[in-house]
Ligand binder design. Structure first.
Ligand code: AMP
Ligand code: MG
Length: 336
């Protein structure tokens, strides 16, 4: 079985550079470092201490929220079945659970044992047996995660992972630091979740690239925005090709236990909230195009771009005005 994990470092780098064009003469504070299993790039038009505070906060979040780091709150919770995590972890957990509920379980933080079974954590990728899937599906239900006050408990066999929401949560935390320090211009690329804070120093909007699923080192179009968070979930980010020739990606449909496979190749969500963008990009990917559109019709309050495997780009109406297509193989459709 051929295994293939594409980390998005190159894409992140390219899209990040793109956002910097035309920023004027002001020298920014720039940082580039690994955290949350990905590359983080900060460009802050402000003071050094602001960039340092953001980097430190992301490192703290990484330590607390990682499912694999043996010192983390989440690791201890998964190991012991209960924990009293610190306030930051409890907040991230609470917000993630709200989106699990809100998306009818398309986002489900208890999908972690399934993610492990498919080999996405160990790297030993394989298609699980029917028995294993059946057994693990019985343990997959975010409603079994009990958060009372700051105490979290899990029934035996239930384990959680905030991988689908942590980068968005980190973006919200970073924005709070930027606001506290009165910084009005910053662009942070947290492994593909982009915080476009304020506008460019010259007052124009940021350009955030949307990765091209066929060549994730390039972008297929870009969004012009200010004060937004853009998160993307795609089937090209981490996947393996099975002996049946099919692509199995890292985003699991909690109802079937299988990687989502519904014709959607990526979902980008643009909103005012990092947790919302990150949660919804994952959940809408699982839902597929039609259900994602229904969700948007019912909820609004955010924008999205859905790319499908027949080279269609579905863009919500407000975003259509600030979305610029680059790869002309795509055909753009407006969602009203
Ligand atoms: P993202 O890249 O934000 O879409 O998050 C994907 C990551 O979240 C995966 O690598 C898994 O660790 C985890 N995950 C996979 N499927 C789900 C799901 N349906 N709900 C919540 N987390 C998931
Ligand atoms: Mg996500």
């Amino acid at each position: 079985m051929k295994s293939h994990i594409k980390l998005t470092a190159l894409t992140v780098c390219l899209l990040w550079l793109m956002t910097l064009t035309g920023c004027g003469q002001e020298t920014p504070q720039q940082r580039s470092f690994q955290a949350m299993d990905t590359l983080m790039q900060l460009t802050v038009y402000g003071e050094e201490r602001t960039a340092s505070a953001i980097q430190n906060q992301i490192a703290t979040l990484d330590e607390r929220l990682s499912a694999t780091g043996s010192g983390s709150d989440i690791y201890r919770l998964n190991r012991d079945g209960s924990a009293v995590p610190d306030e930051l972890t409890a907040k991230a957990l609470r917000q993630s659970l709200e989106y699990c509920q809100d998306t009818g379980g398309a986002l489900d933080i208890s999908v972690y044992p399934l993610v492990c079974e498919w080999g996405f954590i160990s790297g030993d990728h394989h298609i699980p047996s029917q028995d294993a899937l059946k057994r693990l599906l019985q343990k997959t239900d975010y409603r079994k995660v009990l958060l009372r006050g700051n105490t979290v408990s899990l029934p035996k066999g239930v384990q959680i992972d905030l991988g689908a929401t942590a980068k968005g949560f980190a973006a919200d935390e970073a924005r709070a630091i930027l606001q506290k320090d009165s910084c009005r211009s910053a662009i942070l690329n947290l492994g593909g979740t982009v915080l476009a804070h304020g506008s460019k120093p010259d007052g124009s909007k940021w350009r955030v690239g949307i990765a091209d699923p066929d060549n994730s080192a390039d972008y297929m179009g870009y969004v012009e925005c200010a004060d937004k968070i853009v998160a993307t979930s795609g089937n090209y980010e981490r996947y393996f090709t099975g002996s049946d020739g099919k692509r199995y990606c890292h985003i699991i449909d909690p109802k079937t236990g299988f990687p989502a496979d519904n014709g959607v190749v990526s979902v980008s969500v643009v909103s005012d909230s990092g947790v919302q963008s990150d949660s919804l990009s994952t959940a809408l990917f699982v839902m597929g195009r039609d259900k994602a559109m229904d969700y948007w019709q019912q909820h609004r309050g955010f924008d999205m771009i859905i790319l499908t495997d027949d080279k269609q780009a579905f863009v919500t109406q407000n975003l259509a005005r600030c979305f610029q297509l680059k790869n002309e193989q795509y055909h753009t459709n407006t969602i009203k």
